[in-house]
Design a protein around this ligand. Structure first.
Ligand code: AMP
Length: 430
């Protein structure tokens, strides 16, 4: 199928052609006709599948022939969990809606509210928002939601993870009852299913297998290492393997800051992005990284969620995430749109519980390569997972054992194939 066969408005086809998209991705091929027809949609898809265009294009199509807004009463509302994702979705709207006479706006917290109020006053057809700021603006009388015809919940699972359920319910209560609803989520916990049941009417259900296809393109490797030597190993890998750019995941904000300090000491240009950074700092660092003028970006899961960086060759898990699905999201940052990617995890014995959980989701072990000179004292194979999972904590360290004399890289296991979707979510530490 070609984009030209979808019956999209001419101005949209022009913009799509300019992006050099020729063929719709599987989610686009299914979602675009359903949304164009006005159906509700329940889609299992994550970033990297082309899902944004999957809802933005048909929404723009539906708005194309409508008269332009002259007040702050949007016809379409897209809710996202993070500022970054909101900004990214809005950037897509600007890209695809380039040849349309359309008024769109994006609002999120962490920045001044007044410019957003001014922007809304100019009139808005399509609004992208994070839930908290949307409610603030509504409370201040800066917009009305009584004309919303289409609502999108993007990355709904992450919104629930981040504790937005009450905000979402408050927003829903402000919308007209008669409307089109689109729900996108990477996972389907009981909570998401409950939300979907209450929200959607006869939805077209769309499920693509983005996780496995994205992850299959990514070569996954695990380097066993002692906890205290992770930063040293990372500097070594960056230099030894001449990484031009890498996105490094840290489980905590503090850990991200500490790592940046250490990398800088080693003469490696790096910066951190996480929830304690101001929006201005986050935007600046992300721009630098996207432009290629920043070598290493250290991020927490939520800050990195939805960051769309084309052709990112290298992702590093400096710490393994507590929620196994986050591993899949993380490695989905690389190997996108057909590009080859590499995901490397630095794993210490304390993380054996997280590793086992990830390998269960992947349905197979991750290849292990011990880097010569970094053989761990506490070997992974001797580590004992802690009995009960502790939030933010790691497993009990295994018994100490001296590393063997073998300093050659050792490869064990095989690349995983992450297809599992446990549906269980915990709130990530950011
Ligand atoms: P998303 O999953 O929406 O974050 O999109 C992932 C990436 O795929 C973005 O960089 C898009 O620009 C790109 N993309 C979306 N649709 C297509 C398409 N049909 N063909 C090629 N690239 C696409």
């Amino acid at each position: 199928m070609k984009f030209t066969e979808l019956g999209l408005h001419e101005s949209l086809l022009k913009a799509v052609t300019e992006q050099q998209y020729d063929t719709p991705t599987p989610i686009q091929a299914q979602a675009i006709p359903a949304v164009m027809k006005g159906n509700d949609v329940l889609a299992s898809a994550q970033t990297g599948t082309g899902k944004t265009a999957g809802f933005v294009l048909p929404m723009l199509h539906r708005l194309a022939e409508r008269p332009r807004a002259n007040s702050a009463r949007p016809l379409a509302l897209i809710l996202t969990p993070t500022r970054e994702l909101a900004a990214q979705v809005h950037a897509s709207i600007e890209t695809y809606g380039k040849y349309m006479d359309l008024r769109s706006a994006v609002v999120f917290g962490g920045v001044k509210i007044n410019p957003q109020i001014t922007a809304l006053r100019r009139g808005v057809d399509l609004l992208v928002a994070t839930p908290g700021r949307l409610l603030d603006l509504h409370q201040q009388g800066a917009l009305k939601l009584d004309q919303v015809e289409t609502l999108v919940l993007d990355e709904a699972d992450r919104m629930l993870d981040m504790g937005f359920i009450h905000d979402i319910r408050r927003v829903l209560a402000m919308l007209p009852k008669q409307r089109q609803n689109l729900l996108f989520s990477a996972t389907f916990s009981g909570e998401i299913q409950k939300l979907a049941r209450g929200l959607l009417r006869n939805p077209v259900e769309i499920s693509v297998a983005p996780v496995s296809t994205a992850a299959e393109r990514v070569s996954q490797t695990l380097h066993p290492v002692d906890k205290g030597r992770k930063a040293e190993l990372l500097s070594h890998l960056i230099r030894d393997q001449s990484w031009h750019q890498a996105l490094v995941f840290s489980r905590t904000k503090h850990g991200a800051n500490k790592l940046v300090k250490r990398l800088e000491q080693d003469g490696i240009q790096s910066a951190a992005i996480h929830g304690n950074k101001s929006q201005a700092q986050r935007t600046k660092v992300l721009d630098q990284f996207k432009r290629g003028s920043l070598q290493i970006l250290v991020a927490t899961d939520i800050a990195a969620r939805g960051i769309d960086i084309d052709q990112l060759p290298q992702v590093v898990n400096f710490d393994l995430p507590d929620v196994p699905e986050d591993y899949v999201h993380r490695i989905g940052r690389t190997g996108r749109a057909g590009a080859e990617g590499e995901a490397v995890s630095l794993v210490c014995a304390d993380e054996i519980r997280q590793l086992k959980a990830i390998e269960r989701v992947l349905k197979g072990p991750i290849s292990q390569i011990t880097v010569p000179g970094f053989e761990p004292q506490n070997r992974l194979e001797n580590a004992v997972p802690s009995a009960a999972p502790r939030r933010g904590g790691a497993g009990r360290p295994g018994p100490r054992q001296k590393a063997g004399g073998d300093s050659r890289p050792r490869r064990t296991g095989r690349s995983g194939n992450p297809q599992g979707r446990s549906g269980r979510r915990e709130r990530a530490t950011v």
